[in-house]
Design a protein around this ligand. Structure first.
Ligand code: DC
Length: 227
């Protein structure tokens, strides 16, 4: 399938484990567009702080770390590179994810990363995150909001863990962490996780990825944005 307009922007938002990363990649591949995972940017900021032993709730210190690190970072469809080295798999760790949700609550960090996201989106892309449809790309041509039950989202996260991680974390731990992250992401004051009024909601609890993809592609066709 091909986009029918240049610079097509598709926003996908949703809570952790809702399948937005998987669906963003599959949709982007189906359309030949770049995919931009904005969670990686907050994870990158958190990882830098963890490495430099900077408190992730100290707004001024986090901003300082991020401003210095950003010129050495490259954010691409394939992931995030630091000094030309791919650090995506490190960023995907659970500890970095939890720290990222604290960093993401800092307004100065969000302001700095907003510009990075908007600049890269100009070329056209599928972008996934928490505030893409509401704040980053309010003019996106199509917005999807993915959801799934808490238990199903925790189960999906568990499947992504390796053997060693599974020995350390139970499903109950994951449910607890996910609930904490959901609360922080949706209750924070700045750009909380929120469904845009014009977003199409897809509950993927009982859907396979190919079914979700099919639904998304049909929306694009119906709106004359792809064929
Ligand atoms: O999607 P993720 O798990 O990789 O995101 C990591 C954290 O970053 C998550 O707790 C919320 C935050 N985030 C955000 O606040 N806004 C975004 N656009 C993307 C992620």
């Amino acid at each position: 399938m091909k986009p029918l307009i240049e610079g097509l922007q598709i926003a996908i938002d949703g809570p952790a484990g809702s399948g937005k990363g998987t669906m963003a990649s599959q949709l982007a591949a189906a359309l030949g567009l770049p995919v931009l995972d904005t969670g990686l940017l907050y994870r990158f900021a958190a990882w830098q702080c963890l490495q430099q032993a900077v408190a992730v709730d100290d707004e001024y210190a986090v901003l300082n770390v991020l401003e210095k690190a950003l010129p050495r970072m490259q954010w691409r469809s394939e992931g995030v590179f630091f000094d030309a080295k791919d650090c995506t798999s490190t960023l995907r760790g659970e500890d970095v994810g939890l720290a990222a949700s604290k960093v993401a609550a800092l307004p100065a960090v969000r302001r700095l990363l907003l510009d990075v996201q908007q600049q890269l989106a100009k070329q056209g892309c599928v972008m996934d995150g928490r505030d893409i449809g509401t704040v980053v790309l309010p003019q996106a041509h199509v917005k999807f909001f993915l959801t799934a039950s808490l238990r199903e989202r925790a189960r999906r996260r568990w499947l992504q863990l390796d053997e060693q991680q599974r020995r350390q974390r139970s499903m109950d731990d994951l449910v607890k962490d996910m609930t904490a992250r959901d609360t922080r992401d949706s209750k924070r004051q700045h750009a909380p996780l929120q469904r845009a009024n014009d977003a199409i909601v897809i509950d993927s609890t009982t859907m396979r990825p190919d079914e979700v993809l099919d639904r998304m592609l049909r929306v694009l066709q119906r709106r004359g944005l792809a064929h």
